[in-house]
Design a binder for this molecule. Sequence first.
Ligand code: ASP
Ligand code: CP
Length: 333
Amino acid sequence: MSDSSSPLFHVLDPRQFDRRRLDDLCGLTTRIRQLAKSRLGARALQTLLPHKRAMLYFTQPSTRTYLSFENACHLLGIRTTEIRDPSTSSEFKGESFEDSLRTFSSYVDVIIMRTWGEGLARHSADLMDRIRRPVPIVNAGSGQDAHPTQALLDVYTLERSFEGRGGIDGKTIGFMGDLKRGRTARSLSYLMERYRDVRLVFIAPEAFQMGRDLLDWLAGHGVHYSCTDRLHDTLDTLDAIYVTRLQKEYDTGGESDEFDHRRFSIGARELAALPEGSIVMHPLPRGPELDPRVDDDPRAMYWRQERNGMWIRVALLVKIFGVEEDLPDGQRA
Ligand code: ASP
Ligand code: CP
């Protein structure tokens, strides 16, 4: 883990972020959001990094991570190129992933990647660390293991939602759904360890419960957690519920058919049981686990999560390229 004083280069794993770095990044994100509200501020942001180029290598489907990173780059003046379908690159002719990556790095200053392969972002960073012109690798979702920038936007959303109420410290956060295969719940759970007296409740059928490795890690780091398959017994104890989708794309033999959405979904009945000041989160896209009618409830935070994702990714790029000092003062912009 790097602490907040060391420069940020690769972004691979949520555990790279200690509390100071998280607080610092959230503060910077708010500053950037405020700046971007004025024409002068937005223009100043655009002049920060017009000499940089980013590669968006997204070979696993994505809507919001892709679009928010692309727009985050554009807000800073960074030009972008993309590969979303490997059948259109020389990988189709048999070029290895490693050679392809090295080729991308010849043309750009950062590679933002979403891949099916677990650990592929880390493997890419290791390769970069061995070559003459390494560029930062940003993990925008790797297989079932990690989605660190989602966890950052989730932390930012939680902190904003609980502003004036002590932030995340002391809160009880429920995670519901396919916790076994979903990378967002995993990544956010790791970051919850950075906050004081947080309690985590993992709500899922036994076969979809959070992985033993993560539970052992939480226990080893003194985080209070419990696992249950009884959603209705927990709802009134939660400050936030983080709802997740069934990860059908990872089925190897019809596992998803075993998941009973009637017992693990949020609709009017569940909303009624949630405390008034609580929030409902979801990384999206949604499936039947989240009734669209929840959207109209002030506790629904998932559309804000999307928007926060763009701003925190702007802040992350500002950190990676070390241009925070060049940001104009928000008051004057
Ligand atoms: N969009 C998130 C991810 O890529 C959540 C999901 O797809 O269920 O991990
Ligand atoms: N939250 C998230 O990662 O969404 P996409 O899969 O649409 O990028």
